[in-house]
Design a protein around this ligand. Structure first.
Ligand SMILES: NC(=O)c1ccc[n+]([C@@H]2O[C@H](COP(=O)([O-])OP(=O)(O)OC[C@H]3O[C@@H](n4cnc5c(N)ncnc54)[C@H](O)[C@@H]3O)[C@@H](O)[C@H]2O)c1
Length: 252
């Protein structure tokens, strides 16, 4: 590891599990001071303790990021603790087991999926951007999905991730002058509890073999490496971009 995030203050969401946990761990290894956020308190505390025992710096904030007051509290924790905020990595998300075809998905599932996967990113960006303006710039990385680029996933999830991609571009457009960058990542299947739930819903036990595709499931650490690059100053000329990380699946 290097120190490519040395002295940066970063909010990371979804740290109790999967991609969020891998991202917070990698950020801390790269020298960032991490405000680690999740709704699931036990998993969050365990992840933060693991980061600390590895010599990293992370503060746990138990919060539901679909609520504006929780988002304000998250950003306040960063500024109160460290006086600034440089990075926002939105790596939380949900995919409901009942989220299937449009005729079967309830309005309740659609609304909750949109609130957590899309509206929360709007609320967190709204709270974080004024602090990034004060800091003279910043980087926002939003977790989308290859589901946003096709139509095969759950109805609510697919629509919510399409919103993430568009929200990313509008934030990038409005804040390029402020040197605040905003990019999104569209992973294919990554080995996390969410992926295992999705496979169960689809009746899959493994990734179907297909030509032109790396023949395995991705690892959360591989996504965390891309988040880290986009969050870092090495990506200073990259904004409004959509990256796939799917072993080549969406290209064929
Ligand atoms: N795993 C995959 O195959 C895959 C593929 C494409 C996209 N993604 C996306 O990557 C992101 C992370 O997914 P994952 O696979 O790590 O999932 P995961 O289920 O392992 O972890 C998601 C975390 O988000 C937290 N969370 C959910 N709602 C929250 C809320 N309202 N407030 C705060 N925290 C909340 C959960 O408690 C959990 O710890 C999601 O946006 C997901 O849509 C994952």
């Amino acid at each position: 590891m290097s120190d490519r995030l040395a002295d940066k203050v970063a909010v990371v969401t979804g740290v109790a599990s999967g991609i969020g946990r891998a991202t917070a761990t990698r950020f801390a290894q790269e020298g960032a001071k991490v405000i680690a956020v999740d709704l699931a308190e036990e998993g969050l505390r365990e992840a933060v303790a693991a980061i600390a025992s590895d010599g990293g710096e992370a503060t746990a904030v138990v919060a539901d990021v679909s609520h504006a007051d929780d988002c304000a509290r998250i950003v306040e924790t960063a500024t109160r603790s460290y006086g600034r905020l440089d990075i926002l990595a939105n790596t939380h998300g949900i995919s409901d087991m009942g989220d299937t075809g449009i005729l079967n998905v309830t309005e309740e599932i659609f609304t909750r999926t949109w609130e957590v996967n899309t509206k929360a990113l709007f609320l967190l960006a709204k709270a974080a951007i004024p602090e990034m303006q004060r800091a003279g710039g910043g980087s926002i990385v939003n977790m989308s999905s290859v589901g946003a680029l096709s139509g095969g996933g759950g109805t609510a999830y697919t629509a919510s991730k399409g919103g993430v991609n568009a929200l990313t571009r509008t934030i990038a457009y409005r804040h390029a002058d402020d040197l605040i960058r905003c990019n999104c990542i569209c992973p294919g299947p990554i080995d996390t509890p969410m992926m295992h739930r999705s496979f169960e819903k689809l009746g899959l036990t493994d990734l179907p073999i297909a030509p032109g595709r790396v023949p395995r499931i991705g690892r959360p650490e591989e996504v965390a490496a891309l988040v880290t690059f986009l969050a870092s100053d090495e990506a200073a000329f990259i904004t409004g971009a959509t990256y796939t990380i799917d072993g080549g699946a969406s290209g064929h």
